[in-house]
Design a protein around this ligand. Sequence first.
Ligand code: PLP
Length: 387
Amino acid sequence: TPSAIPATGYRLRLPGPTEVPERVRQATARVIVNHRGPECKTAIGETEEMIRPVLGTTNRVMFFASSGTGVMEAALVNVVGPGSQILVIEHGQFGERFTSIAKAMNISVDTVATEWGQAIDVAAVEARLRERSYRAIVVVHNESSTGMVADLAALGALVRDRPTLLIADSVSGLGGIAMRQDEWGVDIVVSASQKALMCPPGLSLASVSPKAWRVIEQDERRSVFFWDFRRALKSIELSETPFTAPVSLLYGLRESLTMMHEEGLPNVLARHEQLSGALRAGGAALGLADFCERGPRSSTVVVFKVPDGLEGGTIVRRLYADHRTVIAGARNRLSGRVIRFGTMGAFSAATILTDLLHLEDVLTKLGLPVEAGAGLKAATEHLAKTK
Ligand code: PLP
């Protein structure tokens, strides 16, 4: 069937990687300079300076050439020595990845599993901490697989007067939802460039608290080289990275952070909250239920249940074929049952209204009883209400 709406440009609407603004793309195209020369040092220094308020920290922030999984592994390998145990909170696919990484490293790991789409059970975590002394609690701040957010303030309060560290993956949260690392007592935050930070994939970062540094500096003969935070700290003190810096990506991140500061960080977070709410309202009006029924829902990832009788992949493929709108399904136990939109980084009301227009078209073609214009109406009402 020919589409009612002609396909236009490629619309990258995944929960990462996300669309890279033209200004950032141009910055990444700058001439490559000496990675230990003054231009690169300036770029690293300014990037670190500008990302600290996004993290809510006064820590040194270390940059690495890797995707997000690399710094997830780095966070563990730097603090977990022989014989120490960690507690992983699993509330989605990326929490399970932390467990897999830990097992691959022969780390002794316990888990607190929460049903996907439900809020984390902080009381259950506390009960575990009373039973055993863990080196670290490990949690995904923003679960991209479910659209649920972890209450880091509550988890931070649990470890404040204990030797246990709190490690958080904010790969899909940082820059789109609040992060107050110092205030909440998060010891290690790791993140990556390709999501709310609006950059191409390939640059990751870690911010480490003084409490975590005390653990790292105890010599436990850890098997670590590339990821050694001690070496990375010495480098960042010189505004360098230990090994060849991903120069282009650092230029890109400096530019995207400049854009975020121009917009104003509170405004950036408010925009994410408002627009994700509008997409949820519009989806509901099209008959798409939110995967997370209650609890702290993400402003950066919107996850809808696929209506009965449909397969998620069909919607994903049709959106691409007919509209060049690229969204995600699931590559885990939810496969076929959910569809996921990124609502982070460089996006506006026009972005989510276009998403809803395309969704309406595809759901109608797939035989769903969709009321014409209902999604757009609900979304615009939400936008007006939350102005
Ligand atoms: N953690 C979360 C919450 C993510 O969403 C992702 C990527 O989707 C990752 C970790 C892994 O990042 P990468 O694919 O960059 O290794």
